[in-house]
Write a protein that binds this ligand. Structure first.
Ligand code: NAP
Ligand code: GLV
Length: 306
């Protein structure tokens, strides 16, 4: 079995080492133009040339959860596209979102500012019943996040396409229930995949429907958010702030207004990192299962886009 690894912006050597130790029988190599045909590929944002030159792949394993960049390319028709299925990401995402919700709710930024001036000032406690948290997307990451936030006794709502049942979470489904979901939400967390249906979903109309004093946490993709609409709603006072981890252009350009906006906290796409050892182990298990003709989790539906 031959496996080719083609990952941009990623050190490929340690991935090959990790995969080779788990699949000693395989021949695992970094892809180069003109390389021999492989049975499986491990990829992150590969160039189009890679896909054009590897038409006989059985499986394409993405080393991230989101496959939006991969699906923008012209893929050969046959290979199964497989995304990372948690692999240590959901706990990181739960940490990140709980931290952002609590930082906002408990006004820790204000305490940090006042602490710097030597002011022993108490702020009036806020009621968590007035901070319902709505999670867009109840997949592998969204469900874990929703339940982690519910653990802090915030009211939690969730929205998905087909409808879900998640203990402790009021669930909404589909376009028809989006308005009701937004109207019942004050802190909005985006954990949707970026697809033709979800691009620009965080826009003036949808964000205006949030409860007054709303707060946005975008940890999915920059293409979900219409940047100018967020800035307008922050400046009008309808939204109280935003924690943004993902951007249309990454790295976020130095002159982008998000960097200096007093109500926006920027992080550089770190809410849930790919953990190499756990991810390589998951991919190796799935390659073995595919070779044995067994079903695997995390197969992407190319039509739906996730
Ligand atoms: P997932 O398991 O595929 O879950 C996606 C969820 O979104 C599902 O609940 C799905 O509904 C819902 N959804 C998709 N399209 C929808 C639509 N048109 N209307 C309503 N709901 C829709 O994905 P995941 O593993 O949780 O990851 C989500 C995204 O997080 C990834 O695609 C990636 O972009 C992002 N991410 C970001 C980072 C980071 O570091 N910032 C790290 C990892 C992932 P159904 O359940 O009904 O299908
Ligand atoms: C990261 O953003 C991922 O999709 O895994």
């Amino acid at each position: 079995m031959r496996i080719t690894v083609c990952c941009t912006d990623t050190k490929v050597g340690p991935w090959i080492e990790a995969l080779q130790s788990l699949l000693p029988e395989a021949r695992i190599e970094q892809w180069r133009p003109g390389a021999p045909q492989a049975d499986h590929a491990v990829v992150w944002s590969p160039p189009q040339q890679f896909l054009d030159e590897q038409p006989r792949l059985k499986g394409i394993f993405n080393i991230g959860a989101g496959v939006d960049a991969l699906l923008k390319l012209r893929l050969p028709p046959d290979p199964v596209v497989v995304r990372l299925d948690d692999a240590g990401m959901s706990v990181q995402m739960a940490e990140f979102v709980c931290h952002a919700v609590i930082r906002h709710f408990r006004e820790f930024d204000a305490y940090a500012r006042e602490g710097g001036t030597g002011n022993w000032g108490l702020r009036r406690p806020r009621l968590r019943s007035e901070f319902p948290v709505g999670v867009l997307g109840l997949g592998v990451l969204g469900q874990r996040v929703a339940q982690a936030v519910a653990g802090f006794e915030f009211p939690v709502l969730g929205w998905s396409r087909g409808g879900k049942e998640v203990p402790g979470v009021r669930c909404y489904a589909g376009e028809a229930e989006l308005s009701a979901f937004l109207a019942a939400t004050r802190v909005l967390v985006c954990l949707l995949p970026l697809t033709p249906e979800t691009g620009n979903i965080l826009n003036r109309e949808s964000l205006s429907r949030l409860q007054s004093g709303g707060y946005l946490i975008n940890v999915a993709r920059g293409g979900h958010l219409v940047d100018e609409d967020l800035l307008a709603l922050l400046d009008s006072g309808h939204l109280a702030g935003a924690a943004l981890d993902v951007f249309r252009t990454e790295p976020l350009p130095a002159d982008h207004p998000f960097w200096r906006h007093p109500k926006i906290v920027v992080t550089p796409h770190v809410s849930a990192r790919t953990l190499r050892d756990e991810s390589a182990a998951q991919i190796a298990r799935k390659i073995r299962a595919m070779q044995a003709g067994q079903p695997i989790a995390g197969v992407v539906d190319r039509q739906r886009g996730y």
